[in-house]
Design a protein around this ligand. Structure first.
Ligand SMILES: Nc1ncnc2c1ncn2[C@@H]1O[C@H](COP(=O)(O)OP(=O)(O)OP(=O)(O)O)[C@@H](O)[C@H]1O
Ligand code: SF4
Ligand SMILES: [Mg+2]
Length: 324
């Protein structure tokens, strides 16, 4: 267990739901995890498992009016973000807490120059002074945008997707955040650009020593920059493991399925292994393990009670009846 002073973020039994006409969607249903200072965590799991809603909850940006954080605690530097006022949260966002989203073209305002948009980050947090332009140029240099002195006056549509993502990352790290959440930051980009952006994030992480929560479907990306992996399934975390254990010795049947579904680089496979069946309905989730209908190792208890989290070894926990 990490000592309290090493811990930056502690999420405890977080529950976030959407109150819709069809019913209450329990998107995040009892999620607990910690992120240490300077640690890079990968959050994985299939579409709809609650990764984005977990990160939006941390930022207190759950989509309104249907979304609501129902219960739990989000301790950031030992203070519960759920007790903060909206203006206190605004002060934290883009400053100590930052988030980078999937599609840079949508996230940037097409009508404002990139320099203006980076500059806003400084002004918003009361750090603007006469050398604002120099600061913006320095950010563009940091994220390796070529010719930053001229590019600072360009509009986003004059940039490629990869360059726009660099600008967004620049905006995210402008105020040296302590926690950066990157929700599929490379999904919209082509493969070579993805690799460049990842390298950039890795370098910047070392430079500013931020903790990062990286959400991605790409397990190869996780292997490159994360030290731990948290696996989500049906609104819960089912396994937390050091990245090496996750790849070589996954313990939860769902994690095993994820690993099997990755083609081995350079090896020809006849057919990719895919996990059969559908993810659970989050309006009326079954009382037992949510993976039970798709699990080949299920036993009787699995459909009756949700499995408790078991610590297999240091930093490796799993919620599955095979271990209880
Ligand atoms: N604005 C919303 N209104 C209603 N339900 C929502 C809303 N946003 C998300 N949900 C529901 O919450 C659940 C979790 O969604 P979330 O976006 O967190 O999944 P995800 O793991 O990020 O998936 P993906 O990999 O596709 O991004 C899903 O069932 C989704 O339908
Ligand atoms: S708890 Fe049971 S159903 Fe769920 S993953 Fe473990 S063995 Fe499978
Ligand atoms: Mg998402």
């Amino acid at each position: 267990m990490a000592s309290q002073k090493d811990i930056l973020l502690q999420v405890k039994d977080l529950k976030t739901s959407f109150f819709t006409k069809k019913g209450v969607i329990k998107a995040v249903d009892g999620v607990s995890f910690t992120v240490k200072k300077g640690e890079v965590i990968g959050l994985v799991g299939e579409s709809g498992s609650g990764k984005s809603v977990t990160s939006l909850s941390i930022m207190r940006l759950v989509p309104q009016p249907a979304g609501k954080i129902v219960s739990g605690e989000i301790l950031f530097k030992n203070e519960n973000l759920l007790n903060k006022s909206e203006s206190e949260m605004r002060e934290l966002r883009g400053n100590k807490l930052a988030m980078i989203l999937q599609d840079p073209m949508v996230s940037l305002n097409q009508l404002l120059t990139v320099g203006y948009q980076i500059g806003e980050t400084f002004k918003y947090h009361g750090k603007a002074d006469g050398s604002l332009l120099t600061k913006c140029i320095n950010i563009l240099k940091k994220v390796k945008v070529p010719s930053p002195e001229t590019r600072v006056n360009n509009f986003p549509f004059q940039f490629s997707g990869g360059m726009c993502q660099r600008v967004l990352i620049g905006t995210g790290i402008a105020n040296n955040p302590e926690l950066l959440i990157a929700d599929e930051p490379t999904t919209a980009l082509d493969v070579t650009i993805q690799a460049q952006i990842l390298k950039l994030m890795k370098d910047l992480q070392k430079e500013i020593n931020a903790s990062i929560i990286l959400i991605t479907h790409d397990l190869a990306t996780i292997a490159q920059i994360c030290s731990k992996v948290y696996v989500m399934y049906g609104g819960r975390i089912v396994e937390k493991a050091p990245v090496k254990d996750f790849y070589h010795d996954p313990q939860h049947p769902y994690s095993e399925g994820l690993i099997k579904s990755v083609p081995v680089l350079g090896k020809r496979v006849k057919r990719l292994y895919a996990i059969e069946g559908q993810p659970p309905n989050l309006i009326n989730p079954p009382p037992g393990c949510r993976f039970e209908p798709r699990c080949s190792k299920a036993k009787k208890v699995c459909s009756q009670k949700y499995p408790p989290e078991v610590e297999l070894k240091k930093d490796h926990q799993v919620s599955c009846w095979l271990y209880s």
